[in-house]
Ligand binder design. Structure first.
Ligand code: HEM
Length: 268
């Protein structure tokens, strides 16, 4: 095939490819209209009836009108209240999730001390996470080791640190999620890890810098432990439907806490 012939063929091919497709529907539309739903018993179309009224068929419902919520991105950054409205609505966190978390609280809070011990053991497995605990804690004036290898899980500062983590874990399960104060606390927990001071009682200590990466991984670790504990509860304490509900609620609240960390790192 000569170069000229090949060029002509390629031209034709590309033109064929670029030519606008023929309209697919009688009214010239390129995309299909929503299919009319027909009642399998009366044969009537759900969206219409002879008198122009929408048919009230219990089986075939007319497609619901799709509405879109307007979200002010600037307010998402500046107003915790607005952000929480959006985040809770998006993830589906409301009264039911609040209730099931409070219901499982007495069934799993007994294991929190062990969970926190295991969490610190996890954070001590890696130098990047362990070295953060070499700094002096707020309110702690006891002795501190000088070398990373001398920092032990049963040292006085770590024992002191665990109190805060236990308190956070209890709050996740027992908090009143209808109160803005709960989200404000979770937001401050996020802020304080970014090097910015958020709690009044930490005003006079050096800022804490924990990479977002490690906060997110820790949240994932805690989520798995809590969910496993719920699944292991005997059925007479928590029925299977309640367990399913609780697993979802734990996942949602942990992801909300994740958002309240992430937003301070990403600025979104
Ligand atoms: C699930 C993720 C995490 C949560 C929920 C969390 C929660 C908390 C809370 C509640 C406090 C105490 C706040 C207060 O003063 O009242 C705190 C402090 C602290 N956190 Fe975290 N944390 C997380 C991840 C991490 C990670 C990954 C590290 C380090 C690798 C870390 C290191 C620290 C340190 C060093 C303090 C300061 C202790 C002090 O000076 O008093 N945190 N954290």
């Amino acid at each position: 095939m000569s170069t000229a012939v090949l060029e002509t063929k390629l031209d034709t091919l590309s033109l064929d490819g670029l030519a606008p497709p023929e309209p697919q529907f009688a009214d010239g539309q390129m995309t299909p209209h929503a299919e009319a739903v027909t009642c399998p018993f009366s044969g009537k179309v759900a969206s219409e009836s002879e008198d122009g009224e929408v048919a009230k068929c219990p089986v075939a419902h007319a497609a619901p009108e799709i509405s879109i919520q307007e979200v002010d991105e600037e307010l998402l950054k500046t107003s915790l209240e607005d952000r929480m409205v959006y985040v809770k609505d998006f993830i589906g966190f409301g009264r039911e999730q609040h209730q099931i978390l409070n219901k499982i609280a007495p069934l799993v809070t007994g294991m929190i001390p062990q969970v926190v011990d295991d969490l610190y053991a996890k954070l001590f497995e890696f130098d990047v996470t362990k070295k953060i605990f070499m700094k002096r804690n707020q309110g702690f004036d006891g002795p501190l080791p000088e070398r990373l290898e001398d920092l032990t899980l049963d040292g006085p500062q770590i024992t002191y640190r665990k109190i805060f983590m236990k308190s956070w874990a209890r709050r996740v399960l027992t908090s009143d999620y209808s109160s803005g104060k709960t989200w404000a606390y979770m937001d401050k927990v996020g802020i304080m890890h970014t090097g910015v001071k958020s709690f009044k009682h930490r005003a006079h200590v050096s800022p804490l810098h924990v990479p977002y990466r490690d906060c997110a991984l820790t949240l994932g670790w805690v989520q798995t432990v809590l969910q496993t504990a719920v699944l292991q509860l005997p059925d007479e304490k928590l029925s299977l439907p309640e367990k399913i509900h609780a697993i979802a609620a734990i996942s949602k609240v942990i992801w909300i806490q994740n958002d309240l960390f992430a937003r301070h790192y990403t600025g979104e």
